[in-house]
Ligand binder design. Sequence first.
Ligand SMILES: Nc1nc2c(c(=O)[nH]1)N[C@H]1C(S)=C(S)[C@@H](COP(=O)(O)OP(=O)(O)OC[C@H]3O[C@@H](n4cnc5c(=O)[nH]c(N)nc54)[C@H](O)[C@@H]3O)O[C@H]1N2
Ligand SMILES: Nc1nc2c(c(=O)[nH]1)N[C@H]1C(S)=C(S)[C@@H](COP(=O)(O)OP(=O)(O)OC[C@H]3O[C@@H](n4cnc5c(=O)[nH]c(N)nc54)[C@H](O)[C@@H]3O)O[C@H]1N2
Ligand code: SF4
Ligand SMILES: [Mo]
Length: 687
Amino acid sequence: MRTTMSTTMTEEQQGIFPAVCPLDCPDQCGLLLHKEDGKIVKIEGDPEHPVTQGAICNKVRNMTARIYDDKRLQYPLKRVGPKGEEASFEQISWDEALNTITSRWKELIASEGPESILPYSFYGNMGRIGTEGMDRRFFHRMGASRLMYSICESAGTEGYKYTMGGSYGTDPEDTVNAKLIIMWGINAVSTNMHQVMLAEKARKNGAQIIVIDAHKNQTGRWADWFIPILPGTDAALALGMMHILFNEGMTDEDFLQQYTLGYEELREHVKQYDPASVSAITGVPVVDIYRLARLYGETSPAFIRIGNGIQHHDNGGMCVRTIACLPALTGQWLHPGGGAIKGNGAYLEHNLPALQRPDLRTKSARLINMNLLGSALLELDPPIHALYVYNSNPALVAPHANKVKAGLVREDLFTVVHDLFLTETAKYADIVLPATSSFENTDFYRSYWHHYVHLQLPVIAPYGESKANVDVFRLLAAKMGYEDEALRDSDEDMVRQALDHPGNPALADISYDALLETGFMKAATLPLFPGKLRTPSGKIELYSADMASKGFPALPTYVPLAETSDLPFMFIPAPNHNFLNSTFAHNEKHVRMEKMPKLHMHNNDASALGLASGDTARVWNERGECELVVMAGRDVQRGVVVSQGLWADTQGGKTRVNVLTPDRVADMGGGATFFSGRVGVEKLSGA
Ligand SMILES: Nc1nc2c(c(=O)[nH]1)N[C@H]1C(S)=C(S)[C@@H](COP(=O)(O)OP(=O)(O)OC[C@H]3O[C@@H](n4cnc5c(=O)[nH]c(N)nc54)[C@H](O)[C@@H]3O)O[C@H]1N2
Ligand SMILES: Nc1nc2c(c(=O)[nH]1)N[C@H]1C(S)=C(S)[C@@H](COP(=O)(O)OP(=O)(O)OC[C@H]3O[C@@H](n4cnc5c(=O)[nH]c(N)nc54)[C@H](O)[C@@H]3O)O[C@H]1N2
Ligand code: SF4
Ligand SMILES: [Mo]
């Protein structure tokens, strides 16, 4: 029997307890944790969750293997010996760890100033008080350098915002009504499985599913129609569709007139994107461009799921900005289930200032783009002298990994890593702190895809001596002598403060107390149309004066990728099915489920290099080299190679793909350009 949530769940030795998946995945599933003898023995989906409906992915079904992994950290550690792969560590007490950290920080603040300290974090656990609560308060109070959180979706989010005013899209629950679904640059079977389940329902009611991707992976294979496209050219395809929609009278003129700005300018502008020119850019045949545009123009509701794949490119922001214009042309926003989702985070926006307390910062500080961590550690002046990493594993996930490594290995850099495992980054730390898992913490969660807010209360006791992020920052604050009330707030206080947000009426009914009753709640649905968007004009901005003022073309435009190398292959190192970024890369069970790091390439490219499936290839460029097992076939076009997963160096091999990725920043949001790099490939050894 499922038990309702309570603050005493940790004391119960058995039962079935409600929970939420903490991982950085749009689905944010409701979970049920089965407990026996005080331990979680089974994780399953919560059938009562309206969106995720009891289905969860295999990686989280197997999450107990991670929570109780022998390698999980239990005690604070200090490094003895060199930084890096050869490092060894000794157990120390929390008191010694905290004293070492704070005495070093106090010295640095006195001699170099607080900006010499850099916090580095991301969303290894999506709980908001742990990722953007007490930590932010603490580093604001300290006056530390600020981190730009740009590694994931920032280019696309900024691009989408120019068109739509913020991360507002279709309610995914409505997408069962769609008659045409376009998965655009998203490997949804792996990365958004419940959007796939909803699309399956729509398909039973006659919907057609199109996937546009540079790689025919399992999502492409599931499609009714897979459209392969050359990487970085999607904006041109969208503009070619607009060209045909205007030319063939398939636009919704009433919608354009009432709800958009600049449609006459756009009509003129897209004349240059004729199907023949677009075909030459994208590699999509002219007949397919016509077929796609006509299907889109004739079908309602038509829904586009805009993935993160297209925005991890030099031109990613503009690409998303452009695709986001499509639904307006045929008025899809008025048809339930039509429209688009890039992200839906804005509907659930909580009270950021109340949670993060930027007012605790008394002096402004430099902002450091997390995609440039290597440069920040090696080149900034005045230098960074201390790094505090939590909720992230930059040695594996950040671009240009060899540069990051050169920064991390600096003898004069004082590094602290707080994590559940001795990650690649932790091996460079002076002090390593053990972190609790989300099921040991109190926090609230809000999806960036569906419209639900969840509360998590601790279900199991902390593992060993591990501590939650929030607790560590409270302790650090006390040792630093920071006496502010805000640095002593309880978990519950912080959840309450964050959810009390008069600025977002959609959260009006959602509070800590209400969530305690129900576990999860849907934000109120406030229709976008009719209404006023948060763009400068209040309308969908097909023409954006704001963009023009920032030096971008005001109208959606195809901007080719930067020409930075003449190596023969575009390299797309995407996520895999059984890891979540680098999470699970340290857990044997998940590594076994994923088997090995592969390199997908076209048959003809492989044979020209004397490579066959199963051979090991050396993949290289000016930044580094990697060894991957070749999978030759027809899943990618010639001139493109694709790998999946952020592997640690498995089986002693060189399998960290980020040694190859560029640390150029995208056109918008300081975004990452993981997929815009080029590589050479050569045979290393036979199968
Ligand atoms: N199983 C699993 N799920 C995850 C994650 C994970 O690591 N594993 N990570 C989570 C996170 S943090 C995120 S941000 C999301 C990311 O998940 P998605 O939004 O699916 O984005 P990616 O997987 O990065 O890329 C999606 C697809 O874009 C394709 N692609 C690359 N370049 C281009 C291009 O120029 N044009 C087109 N049309 N396609 C292109 C790739 O081949 C890939 O299939 O997934 C989340 N969910
Ligand atoms: N080549 C390539 N690189 C990529 C991507 C790609 O597609 N290709 N995707 C990029 C994207 S979209 C993203 S979002 C980033 C993700 O980058 P990260 O957010 O760094 O993702 P994870 O690898 O999941 O790392 C999270 C770390 O947080 C730890 N952790 C989990 N819970 C807690 C906690 O409660 N407290 C503390 N202190 N630690 C915790 C985990 O153990 C793990 O080591 O990677 C990026 N890197
Ligand atoms: S990783 Fe995604 S699909 Fe898997 S359980 Fe978590 S939220 Fe659900
Ligand atoms: Mo991400």
